[in-house]
Design a protein around this ligand. Structure first.
Ligand SMILES: Cc1ncc(COP(=O)(O)O)c(C=O)c1O
Length: 435
């Protein structure tokens, strides 16, 4: 590939982009159960107008663009309010992973500065998102993963047993991605507080759903800053907030905690450098789009979207509850479902593959062997069609002479989390995918 000698016309480029899209996951028709959150055309328009208007601005210097700073502060303020953080402060980051990097870094710096800990750990249930493991890996922290209870929620006793003088941060999920269950935050945060340790609640995927559930009649366990001992949180507008991708928020109970996240350097010939998060140049488009979409939707808009997503998830869960061969894993607190097989004749991964052949994108999970779906607002109209195809997929799986359980996962075989060869193969796969 090389840069074209002369520029191409816009129409040709548009056609090429549309042609390439044909091979992509079909989210617009509601057939993709992860990755893309869509609240419909009008919200897309609001989002895209704001994004376009601020596509050039740079939030790296908060003083150069007061408009962008005001959007960031208001997005953070609205999310902090949703999380019951009266004095909470925070920043916008590029995504859940960056928020997790920020919270991990702040905890590491605080452990060093305040507690003199030079080899800090982070303690979390095994269901915490891999971004925590990645943060530990990048930042030289040790991640200690503890077993969950039988219901896949974090086990407070196991977490208590893993805390020691080196612990910089304890993590709870609200909810965890694989099974959609909220960890017992009150117990976990209480243990952390008693031991003088920070506690982060990862509400990356739940933060724009859980706050709207009580008004819709659902019970939600306490999970936010109303729980004493919760010192930081992550909440992603770019997931169930239905804003443009590239926006998460990292929140701290107070300004003093957040201070450890910030970076400044004054020894550069080029002058001073300050950065609130891991980014340098900070795209303003996603921040403006988040501000616009959140204000456009408001509480009632989100309530409707949450009602649609929960309705879709419940319809599927109800169907599966009466099924001979399938079951929902545990008892999810929101619209994330893991569906496993309960019969020896049907393999959940074979069902997933059959659905995939029909154009439905679901994820495979390994513990338990299951398929994962995130029900979102755009899925409400397609549930019936999905359930019909699910039944057909189960029938095919029952008849299939398949050893799917031993078969490769995305082309890889081996015991996944205990086999270095698999991690090496995964890295090789990435290395092959990108030029
Ligand atoms: C609980 C949880 N935390 C963190 C993340 C990572 O977020 P991102 O993919 O935006 O980096 C996810 C993503 O699904 C998540 O579900």
């Amino acid at each position: 590939m090389a840069l074209p000698e002369t520029g191409r016309d816009r129409e040709t480029l548009r056609q090429q982009m549309e042609a390439r899209q044909q091979g992509d996951a079909d989210w617009a028709e509601g057939r993709t159960w992860s990755l893309v959150y869509s609240a419909g055309e009008e919200v897309h328009d609001v989002r895209d107008e704001a994004y376009r208007e601020f596509a050039s601005e740079n939030a790296l210097n908060p003083l150069a663009f007061p408009s962008v700073l005001s959007f960031e502060n208001e997005v953070v303020g609205m999310v902090a309010d949703m999380m019951n953080g009266q004095n909470a402060v925070g920043n916008v980051t590029s995504g859940g992973t960056e928020s997790i990097l920020c919270a991990s870094y702040a905890a590491r710096e605080r452990a060093r500065e305040v507690d003199d800990v030079t080899d800090p750990t982070m303690v979390m249930a095994e269901t915490a998102h891999p971004a925590w493991e990645k943060a530990a890996h990048y930042l030289g922290l040790e991640a200690i993963r503890t077993p969950t209870r039988d219901d896949w929620r974090a086990d407070p006793d196991a977490i208590a047993g893993a805390i020691d003088d080196r612990t910089a941060l304890v993590v709870a999920s609200a909810p965890s991605y694989p099974h959609g269950v909220v960890d017992p935050v009150e117990e976990v945060a209480g243990i952390a507080a008693d031991r003088g340790v920070l506690c982060h609640v990862d509400a990356c995927i739940g933060g724009f759903v859980l706050p709207f559930l009580p008004e819709l009649g659902y019970d939600v366990p306490a999970y936010d800053f109303s729980v004493e001992g919760v010192t930081s949180m992550s909440v992603d507008p770019h997931k169930y907030g239905y804003t443009a991708k590239g926006v998460s928020t990292v929140l701290y109970r107070d300004r003093e905690l957040r201070r450890h996240q910030y970076y400044a350097f004054d020894g550069w010939p080029g002058g001073i450098y300050v950065a609130p998060n891991f980014q340098g140049t900070r795209p303003a488009g996603p921040i403006a789009a988040a501000w616009a979409v959140m204000n456009f939707l408001g509480r009632d808009g989100y309530e409707h979207l949450v009602a649609d997503a929960m309705g879709a998830a419940e319809e599927i869960a109800d169907h599966v509850a009466g099924h001979d061969d399938l079951a929902v894993v545990s008892d999810p607190d929101m619209s994330l479902l893991a569906i496993e097989s309960t019969s020896a004749d049907v393999n959940a991964w074979t069902v997933q593959r059959e659905l995939s052949d029909d154009g439905w994108e679901l994820e495979r999970q390994q513990r338990p062997e299951s398929m994962h779906l995130s029900a979102m607002a755009q899925h409400a109209p397609v549930v019936e069609e999905f359930l019909a195809d699910l039944e057909a997929a189960v029938d095919t799986a029952r008849d299939a002479d398949t050893e799917e359980a031993d078969a490769p996962l995305y082309g890889l075989s081996g015991s996944l989390d205990e086999d270095d060869e698999v991690t090496e193969a995964l890295v090789d796969m990435l290395n092959d995918v990108f030029v």
